[in-house]
Design a protein around this ligand. Structure first.
Ligand SMILES: [Zn+2]
Ligand SMILES: [Zn+2]
Length: 182
């Protein structure tokens, strides 16, 4: 295992944390690269706000952390870019030594621990697979592809009855019926 850099933005020093003692730390760090799923990501270098609680336990250090991260993405319905934010909470034990049967657990490196892999796993799991620019985004017209949010509720194609409200868009999400009852 390569030695951790104690000045790393996501490296925490557990020295002086005996069993039963705890310490809280607030940090704002630049987001590491690669926090993304298909349509949404945490921009590299953006501010990640961390509230971290380090707690000495007999097996090592228990870390409880909350991370707030900005998101940029593309709406799964209307394909417009949007920004939002997410918050994740994680709790992981960083052990002095690998326990039997817990090969994928996190380990302390001397007095140091690297929160990045745990934070990365927690954040990526939290990223939405089908992000929306707003909860009620009406998506695109299945006939002409216009953004229905821009076109207004009156948008429609009064042609030969070929219009099929509820037909799935290319994104697989049914378009809600927009025409009003008279
Ligand atoms: Zn949208
Ligand atoms: Zn249309």
């Amino acid at each position: 295992m390569k030695r951790l850099d104690p000045r790393g933005p996501l490296v925490f020093d557990t020295r002086a944390l005996g069993p039963g003692s705890a310490r809280a730390e607030e940090r704002t760090v630049p987001a590491p690269a690669g926090l993304r799923v298909e349509l949404v990501s945490v921009p590299e270098g953006a501010d990640l706000q961390l509230s971290v609680q380090l707690e000495g336990v007999s097996e090592g250090t228990l870390v409880t952390a909350t991370a707030r991260a900005p998101l940029t993405g593309e709406c799964a319905r209307c394909l417009d870019p949007f920004t939002s934010a997410t918050e994740v909470r994680l709790q992981e034990l960083f052990a002095y030594e690998a326990g039997s049967g817990e090969a994928d657990g996190y380990l302390l490196d001397g007095d140091l621990l690297d929160l990045e892999p745990a934070l990365r796993d927690a954040l990526v799991l939290e990223l939405p697979i089908s992000p929306l620019c707003s909860g009620d985004c009406p998506g695109l017209c299945v006939q002409c592809g216009v953004r229905l949010a821009d076109a207004g509720a009156g948008h429609g194609h009064a042609t030969d009855g070929a219009e099929q409200p509820g037909k799935p868009t290319p994104g697989g999400i049914p378009v809600p019926e927009l025409r009003k009852e008279c």
